[in-house]
Design a protein around this ligand. Structure first.
Ligand code: BTN
Length: 259
């Protein structure tokens, strides 16, 4: 009989992604591994993910029946994190910044790191999700890019266990929907990507910096980037937003508009 999906709570781990990847065969499909503290939290592009004890969500979702490309996992994970945040703070605007950050205004509140797993017993993906929940402003200021937390946006702290439970429920629903109607879930995800049509800067894998416009996002998660009279396709990269290059203010949070 198949083991039932569960939430595995760890008091401390190097990285929930590493744990999920190393124990992939033994974990049930749809399991969420969550930790109170990560000693070596991993971010995208070999960065470190700051993971203080008991302040934020550090969790990895195990999907044993999800085929490549990796963006399939990113779509499920970023929509799951977005829905969890919206349930916790319906009054706050959150959006997806390609490839898979969740932002509030121009500040990042959540990041996602997906890894694929091929083994004799199973093949699938692990989606690692870090969401800043109760991190205070002083700690956010120490992060090397503009960052925020749910507490900083709402002025109230949230219970970590209940937010993780909501996250697990949303991820499982999206995972099920994606297996039957991937196109519809992709469209929902694309609608939340508010940089489509905006002029931004991209720093690509080779550290090349280009100014241009995100014309569209394709079904493999690639962006179509118009720059210097041509359209380039990127599957990954860091997008930088210049406040003054935005034509509308839909992306700004009320706190940013007041400044
Ligand atoms: C990013 O750089 O934006 C991705 C950050 C992903 C962080 C999460 S925290 C839970 C999981 N375990 C890790 O080591 N990383 C991911």
């Amino acid at each position: 009989m198949q083991a039932k999906p569960e939430i595995i709570w760890l008091s401390e781990v190097d990285s929930t992604n590493r744990y999920a990847m190393n124990n992939f065969d033994a974990l049930a499909d749809g399991t969420l591994v969550a930790a109170e503290f990560q000693t070596a939290g991993k971010g995208r592009q070999n960065r470190t993910w700051i993971s203080p004890r008991g302040e934020n969500i550090y969790a990895s979702f195990v999907m044993k029946n999800l085929a490549p490309p990796v963006c399939n996992a990113s779509i499920i994970a970023s929509l799951g994190a977005l829905r969890m945040l919206r349930q916790a703070a319906p009054e706050v605007k959150f959006w997806i910044k390609w490839p898979n950050d969740i932002c509030c205004g121009l500040k990042k509140i959540a990041g996602i790191l997906c890894e694929s797993k091929l083994s004799a017993a199973a093949s699938g993906m692990v989606a690692g999700i870090g969401i800043n929940i109760n991190m205070p402003e002083s700690a956010l200021d120490a992060i090397d890019q503009p960052a925020t937390s749910l507490a900083a946006e709402t002025g109230r702290n949230s219970d970590l266990q209940s937010t993780v439970t909501v996250l697990a429920d949303e991820l499982r629903k999206l995972y099920a929907d994606y297996s039957t109607a991937p196109r519809q879930v992709f469209e929902l995800w694309k609608q939340e990507n508010l940089l489509i049509g905006k002029t931004v800067e991209i720093v690509d894998a080779g550290q090349r910096q280009l100014q241009g416009r995100i014309a569209d996002i394709g079904e493999s998660g690639e962006i179509y980037f118009e720059t210097g009279g041509q359209t380039l396709k990127f599957y990954s990269g860091d997008i930088r937003i210049r406040k003054e290059s935005l034509d509308g203010d839909a992306l700004f949070s009320p706190r940013e508009l007041k400044k």
